[in-house]
Design a protein around this ligand. Sequence first.
Ligand code: CTP
Ligand code: CA
Length: 224
Amino acid sequence: EHDLEKKLPLKGKKILITAGPTYESIDPVRFIGNHSSGKMGYDIADCAANKGAEVILISGPTHLQTQNKDILVRRVQSAKDMLHACNEYFEEVDVMIAAAAVADYRPKFVAQEKIKKNDETFSIELEKTEDILATLGKNKSKQFLIGFALETENELEHAKAKIQKKNLDLIVLNSLRDNGAGFGTPTNKVTFIDSKNNIEPMPLKPKEAVALDIINKIIAHYEA
Ligand code: CTP
Ligand code: CA
């Protein structure tokens, strides 16, 4: 029994993870999206499942697939779809990790027909999308809530503000300033900041190794 606890330290825990970009429709053939590959979220999902957790992955559009066959994958397109899918599972999970690169804005009106190129200039009115993590943070009870922050200036200050604003337990600050960190790269340079203001900068690592560091934070939380 001791061996099982060591090998599968997250057995009995349910973890909800968001990953990938969201696509926000402009018309039937176009959307607003971003370059997120989804790799960070998929690596976290596989790592959590390999440690024995029951994993529900809410994924935006990506070609990635999970390695661990036990993961429940729900594929969605927009921020609104992603929030609705998260709401279905949030109450029953122990941990939520928001690794998705959710679009901040969407077209206020979606054209029913393909937009024709009539005018020399063209603009689209945008409205804010739902903040998935902040919404779940408001409804949090027992859940250990982990968010990401992508910043290019005043990194620590901005990341700390997100902990407060979204009611997080831990934030993973992604440094884009270091070469080899962020979108489209196999590596990430992160800093962990928790709700008690402990700050832990990590070296540049493969995303799989960053995923393991995050999972170890969760294991440490339940051991404490
Ligand atoms: N997030 C979310 N829903 C959104 C926007 C962001 O769940 N509509 C989550 C992301 O998955 C991430 C965290 O919130 O875990 C922070 O995302 P980030 O883009 O860094 O922050 P924003 O709150 O969107 O603020 P800004 O982009 O202005 O820095
Ligand atoms: Ca954002």
